[in-house]
Every structure is written in structure tokens, then in C-alpha cells.
Design a protein. Structure first.
Length: 279
């Protein structure tokens, strides 16, 4: 089947689920994965898929029709211009988290020893290790499957990081850090009705949701951990649930040796909190 027929079939199969703009982006991402050719090359050559790749193409359509995220279908995603492998055992990195990493890279502070808590695919830890030269980065992650993905991604980008498979709530170390970063689970189950099906049905709930009775439990535990494991003048970078930013301010205010500031994401929502340990 030639390129124009595949494009027509793709649009006909999925037009009631995705917008025309989304279909265009998804189609060319899939074709690039299957052919390793650019959009211009595909349009110019009227490329034809072989039998095996054609079969895979229609399998992708079937999975997309069930709202499975494209990133899981392709097995990779871009994050800060780096390609990361992933599967449904890890959260798909969001643009807001790219913003968080950009903040850290550009922020004037000591970054010799970095700890990434709830590391997922390792996109934060590996990107920091890649762009902050001579940094010593540790990724902490509870899920053993996710740890395998972090290892693969670290090898893929030729960076050396320490990877620890451990529940943060039982994690103890004598090491101290200059910078701690975390994008922990921060959605409550009461928010489920506002979350799209492709997220609810496919992304790991362990990485998304936190008990509504204590939605700040990760942040409180990280602050307690930082009393002994964050160096003086060290920094914490949090990605937060914007609906709890007042509660976050109240929480941090109880830790008198920390100063903080809130920063908005590109949606103008209070999404990031930067803390500094003063004494």
C-alpha cells in the first residue's frame, strides 16, 4: 500500500478520536518510526511499507483507537531534545517537567551532588547528568521495571548515574546532596473525573495518584529527609499540584530553615517550588 492510501486509511479510522492536527502529528511520528524517513522524504517518494511494517501500521491504528498513548505504542518519547525509551510501567514525561529541568539547569546554585526522587523513566536524572557536567546524580525509584528503563536510558545517552530501587519512605542514606528534585505522585483520586481516558487507562496509577487524606505526604517526607541529607545552601526543586499550592506554602512554612519561592508553568499555574536550606 502506498503512502497516500495509508494516510487516508489512518484518518478514516481515527478522525472521531483525534483532531486533524493531532492526526497529522501522530501519523508522521508513526511513519518516521516505521521507515526512518522524514516528512519531506515520505511526501516526495510516496513511500510504500513492506508487509511486516504494514501489519504493524494497522496494529498501531488499532491501539490508537483504544486511546492508548502514542508514546507507549512507539516505546519512546522526546524530553528536552533527548529520546527516552519507556513503557506503561512509567509515567509519560510532561512539558511541565521539561520546564522543571530547564529551571534547574539555568538556576545559579551548587549542583555537584543531585538526587532525583520518584525517577520514573529517569528523564530528569539523565537530562541533568547530560547537561550539568561533572555532576554526581542519583535516581531513586520504587518500581523495578522502571529501574530497568532508567538503566537502558542511561546507557542510551552514555551517562553514568547511581540508580537505587527503593521505596523513598524506607530509604536511608549517609550521603548528603546539593540539590534534590522530585516530581512525585500528586494527583488525588477525587480528580479522576477530570483526567482523560488515555491517562487513566494506561499510565501507572502509582506514579499519578496519592491518597487524598494526605496529598502532600511525599513533599513532607522529602523535607524531613532534607534536614539531614541536604547540604546547607542546598536546593530542593518540586513539581507540585497547583490546586494545593496554598497547602504547600503552609507546609514549607513549618520548616524554618528553608526559604522558598513559587514559579508558574507555561499555563500560568503555580507548578514549581524552589527551596533553599539556609542553616
Amino acid at each position: 500500500m502506498d503512502f497516500s492510501f495509508l494516510r487516508k486509511k489512518f484518518n478514516e479510522s481515527l478522525f472521531d478520536i483525534y483532531s486533524s492536527e493531532e492526526l497529522n502529528v501522530i501519523f508522521y511520528n508513526i511513519m518516521k518510526q516505521l521507515t526512518d524517513k522524514s516528512k519531506v522524504e515520505l511526501l516526495t517518494d510516496n513511500y510504500k511499507l513492506g508487509h511486516d511494517k504494514e501489519k504493524l501500521f494497522f496494529e498501531y491504528i488499532n491501539r490508537l483507537s483504544k486511546n492508548e498513548p502514542l508514546q507507549y505504542i512507539l516505546g519512546n518519547t522526546l524530553f528536552n531534545n533527548l529520546e527516552f525509551d519507556l513503557d506503561s510501567s512509567v509515567l509519560i514525561p510532561r512539558p511541565e517537567t521539561e520546564e522543571l529541568v530547564d529551571l534547574i539547569i539555568k538556576y545559579e546554585c551548587k549542583k555537584d551532588k543531585i538526587l532525583d526522587i520518584c525517577s520514573g523513566s529517569g528523564c530528569i536524572a539523565i537530562t541533568l547528568a547530560k547537561y550539568i557536567k561533572r555532576s554526581d546524580v542519583t535516581a531513586l525509584e520504587i518500581c523495578s521495571n522502571a529501574v530497568k528503563i532508567i538503566n537502558n536510558n542511561a546507557d542510551k545517552h552514555n551517562v553514568k548515574i547511581d540508580i537505587i530501587c527503593k521505596d523513598f519512605f524506607t530509604f536511608h542514606t549517609k550521603s548528603s546532596f546539593d540539590l534534590i528534585v522530585s516530581n512525585p505522585p500528586y494527583l488525588t483520586y477525587s480528580q479522576k473525573d477530570k483526567i482523560s481516558k488515555n491517562v487513566l487507562n494506561y499510565e501507572p496509577h502509582q506514579a499519578l495518584f496519592v491518597n487524598h487524606n494526605d496529598p502532600l505526604i511525599f513533599y513532607k517526607s522529602i523535607l524531613d529527609f532534607s534536614k539531614s541529607n541536604l547540604n546547607v545552601d542546598g536546593n530542593i526543586f518540586f513539581e507540585i499540584n497547583h490546586i494545593f499550592y496554598d497547602e504547600m506554602i503552609q507546609l514549607v512554612s513549618k520548616y524554618q530553615n528553608f526559604s522558598y519561592k513559587l514559579m508558574k508553568d507555561f499555563h500560568a499555574k503555580n507548578r514549581f517550588m524552589i527551596l533553599k536550606k539556609n542553616v
